[in-house]
Design a protein. Structure first.
Ligand code: SF4
Length: 265
């Protein structure tokens, strides 16, 4: 029997966003767990924000679904941290998604393993194949997903609300419980509840992604300055949280998908 989806329209979600805006993260999480049940999951790279949400949700529903992606270029520390999280939260249903091996092989054959250094288009293409596509597939079948987005992270995130419709992913609901929190609020929460932290924070990293595309920040730099630091004037986004169209990489991605699957799409 087909499961009935929980769907909101723009008007309803706008009203909910107003109602939830001054609510605590725990209340927003509770609302989402009660509203979507099995059809909501936390999608996280296990950074501080995602870990705070995971811990809060785990306190209410220990079997909460969590999805992360192993892009194939993650630092060793992240792989080990995934295991730490499994041990700390054994009931949590943590799913590690991986990119399509044929798509990665085709991209690397055509463009080389470190294509992301050559241009913003190549970097977006790599993020698309290794991260965005597996995460997008993970969202299929869900009615909502939790993200650790905060308004103070980057200019492109300044207007996020605690709930919004995700028109890039079939109109499901994106729940951002920490929208109005700061990095210091997150830190305080992790300390208070002894939540494990990704080990690279202790080495000066403030935003952690793939190994070749992440470095610690220097004094006075923005928190996301350590991501794709060789680029100038490009958004510090992989394309998962906002559509990024350059006119350059989408064509190449389509060619890679066609070649990888031999279906010409
Ligand atoms: Fe590729 Fe770098 Fe994006 Fe990882 S962060 S998917 S290695 S471009």
């Amino acid at each position: 029997m087909l499961k009935e989806r929980v769907v909101f329209d723009d008007l309803e979600i706008g009203q909910l966003a107003v109602e939830l805006d001054d609510q605590e993260p725990e209340d927003v999480i509770e609302w989402a767990l009660n509203t979507f049940g099995e059809s909501v999951a936390i999608v996280t790279a296990l950074q501080a924000d995602g870990m705070a949400i995971l811990d809060m949700a785990h306190q209410m529903f220990p079997q909460v679904r969590v999805m992360t992606v192993d892009t194939g270029r993650l630092p060793r520390e992240t792989i080990e941290f995934i295991e730490d999280v499994r041990r700390r939260y054994p009931e949590v249903r943590l799913e590690v998604r991986t990119p399509d091996a044929d798509e990665v092989a085709t991209m690397v054959r055509r463009n080389g393993p470190d294509l992301f250094r050559e241009s913003v288009e190549n970097r977006l293409m790599c993020c698309q194949i290794r991260k965005v596509r597996p995460l997008t597939e993970a969202l299929e079948g869900l009615d909502a997903w939790f993200t650790g987005l905060r308004r103070d992270q980057w200019a492109s995130r300044a207007a996020i609300t605690k709930v919004q419709l995700d028109h890039d992913h079939d109109g499901i609901v994106k729940v951002n419980p920490l929208a109005d929190w700061t990095a210091a609020d997150v830190d305080e929460y992790l300390d208070e509840f002894a939540v494990p932290r990704h080990p690279l924070y202790a080495q000066g990293y403030t935003s952690i992604g793939c190994d070749p595309c992440t470095r610690p920040i220097r004094d006075g730099e923005d928190d996301r300055a350590g991501r794709w630091w060789w680029e100038s004037d490009a958004p510090k986004e992989c394309g998962m949280h906002c559509p990024i169209e350059t006119g350059g990489f989408e064509h190449e991605v389509r060619a890679i998908l066609g070649e990888a699957h031999g279906d010409g799409h």
